[in-house]
Design a protein around this ligand. Structure first.
Ligand code: ADP
Ligand code: MG
Length: 553
């Protein structure tokens, strides 16, 4: 039998080096990762088998089996899921597809004390965590529907081998040759405890194979189908990590049953950390769709609006047919209703948090506000609710404000909500265009998200007040009563320059700048700077103009 020797991708070698040499204390998590993969593999096969039942070859009793051998120091994790063929083994266990891993490597590279930091705990390195406890790992796998089994084998030191193998049925068996230090992982009690702690939420049985009869170690019912009162916070957290491939703890966990016209169970998570790929167009969301506990698909576009793409979890529908194909999901009316229901639920959760947990909500807004604001122009039906919770920086102080609070503070005679936009908040604060507003004590919103340029034109108003850029002409400052401290301004104007000499100055500036500008005007809006650039009342806002130029429009 021929055995092929191959090298790991460079990143995998780097990763393995960190995994093996890290002083990370919690080695237990390798089992969570391997059981999680086994359960995913069973979910995948269950779905494929809806269209092609032959793939099951009569074995629809999905399980993860644990076998120990304390003489040879071996722990085996076996599943009857989808399995892997030779190409799959090379792609999945020899390269890094999971984008989270790349981030892990960057974080470790940046960290001063990589060995002390619990980075693995934060990031989870999936399959490769097996090498924390094993000096050698063998993976024997046969893909459902294929005849040839394959054996992948490695000591985690740069190379692996692949060879043909024998196996009954389909699925994957992962054999860990434990190092002497980690003999403990052949101990029944130890394994039971780990499975209870990290894998109880797994929907299929995790069975310990023993001489005197097998023992199922986990609850083995899908977590979201259990009553809330029976689920601990830890179990919710573990499920989040498993389901969402997440590294943080959830900020909010929303678990509910919708009853009535459509019935579904939702277990939704709002993250604490911002996924680094939130703006990548190719990014797939981690909201999974199940139909009566059967996994159908993940990250379906029709399940959540894009402005909630950071929400992950599970939706289990009672109304969709079990044999629904992924293609059938597009523009499906049941799904549209679920989508609306989920959106409303999440919005009301955010509204509650905004009221009751201001600090938590502000952190959420710092991470996800820019994404939520996409909803202001993409989702007009929810625009008002989003506007109400939206938070903004302003010239008032360094904190956040809502629009309602801004309006509350508006000056007598002030008709519009003023804003200035740009990339850098500190630069914005220094902008000469703000001087006239500051002099009159008028607060100005400081907008730094590119998305602000898109929602502003389509939203236009809040509480019947127009949004108005300070860089536009005629910012009607004259209608606003000045703060007392600023009476000096009018005098200044009188003795600063006579009308005639001002006209002459304006004329000479116009000649000097020629076609580069549209007009030169005397202005009320400056108090200490000599001049500033403004946009025409009807023309494009300055920042929009810059953005458009960057995109060659
Ligand atoms: P992740 O689970 O986040 O994708 P892992 O490192 O845990 O990353 O696993 C890498 C890939 O290897 C999986 O995405 C899957 O395609 C494959 N894989 C791992 N374990 C199994 C298994 N037991 N059965 C089938 N495929 C598996
Ligand atoms: Mg995994």
């Amino acid at each position: 039998m021929t055995e092929e020797k191959m090298r790991f991708e460079a990143e995998v070698s780097r990763l393995l080096d960190i995994v093996v040499h890290s002083l990370y204390s919690n080695k237990d998590i390798f089992l969570r990762e391997l059981i999680s993969n086994a359960s995913d593999a069973c979910d995948k096969l269950r779905y494929e088998a809806i269209a092609n039942p032959d793939l099951l070859a009569g074995d629809a009793d999905f399980k993860v089996r644990l076998l120990t051998d304390d003489v040879r120091n071996v722990l085996t994790i076996a599943d009857n899921g989808i399995g892997m063929n030779k190409d799959d083994l090379i792609d999945n266990l020899g390269t890094i597809a999971n984008s989270g891993t790349a981030k892990f490597l960057d974080a470790v590279a940046k960290s001063d004390a990589p060995k002390d930091v619990d980075l693995i705990g934060q990031f989870g390195v999936g399959f490769y965590s097996a090498f924390m406890v094993a000096g050698k790992v063998d993976v024997v796998s046969k893909k459902a529907g294929e005849d040839q089994a394959w054996k992948w084998s490695s000591d985690g030191k740069g190379e692996y081998t692949i060879a043909e193998a024998e196996m009954e049925g389909h699925g994957t068996q992962i054999t860990l040759h434990l190092t002497d230090e980690y003999k403990e992982f052949t101990d029944e009690h130890r394994l039971k405890h780990i499975v209870k702690t990290y894998s109880d939420h797994i929907g299929i049985p995790v069975v310990l194979m023993k001489g005197d009869g097998d023992e199922t170690l986990n609850e083995a019912s899908a977590l979201w189908t259990r009553p809330k009162s029976e689920i601990t916070e830890e179990q919710y957290k573990e499920f989040y990590k498993h389901n969402s491939h997440a590294f943080d703890d959830p900020w909010k966990t929303i678990h509910y049953r919708a009853e009535g016209a459509i019935e579904y169970t939702g277990l939704l998570y709002l993250p604490t950390m911002r996924p680094f790929d939130l703006y990548e167009p190719q990014r797939k969301g981690h909201l999974k769709l199940y139909v009566r506990k059967v996994f159908i698909t993940e990250g379906a576009d029709d399940l959540l609006p894009p402005w909630l793409r950071f929400v992950s979890g599970v939706v289990d529908s009672q109304d969709l047919p079990l044999n629904v194909s992924r293609e059938m999901l597009q523009h499906n009316p049941v799904l549209t209703k679920i989508k609306n229901g989920l959106t409303k639920k999440i919005l009301s959760e955010l509204e509650t948090a905004a009221k009751k947990d201001a600090e938590g909500f502000e952190t959420f807004w710092e991470n996800f506000g820019a994404v939520v604001k996409e909803g202001l122009y993409e989702d007009p039906s929810n625009r008002d609710r989003i506007l109400k919770i939206a938070k903004f920086r302003s010239t008032k102080d360094d904190g956040w404000t809502t629009l309602a609070d801004y309006v509350e503070r508006m000056k007598d005679g002030q008709k519009a909500i003023y804003y200035i936009s740009g990339e850098d908040i500190e630069a914005l604060k220094r902008s000469p265009q703000l001087e006239g507003f500051a002099a009159k004590g008028i607060e100005v919103l400081l907008l730094t998200d590119p998305v602000d340029e898109f929602w502003l034109p389509s939203v236009g108003q809040f509480d019947e007040k127009d949004f108005k850029s300070v860089t536009r002409g005629g910012a009607d400052l004259n209608d606003v009563k000045a703060d007392d401290k600023d009476d000096a301004k009018d005098d200044k104007k009188d003795d600063a320059a006579s009308d005639a000499s001002l006209d002459a100055l304006i004329a000479s500036i116009k000649i000097a700048l020629g076609d580069g500008i549209k007009d030169v005007r005397e202005s009320d809006r400056l108090t200490s700077s000599a001049c500033c650039l403004i946009a025409d009342e009807t023309g494009m806002d300055l920042r929009m103009e810059r953005l458009m130029k960057q995109h060659n429009r």
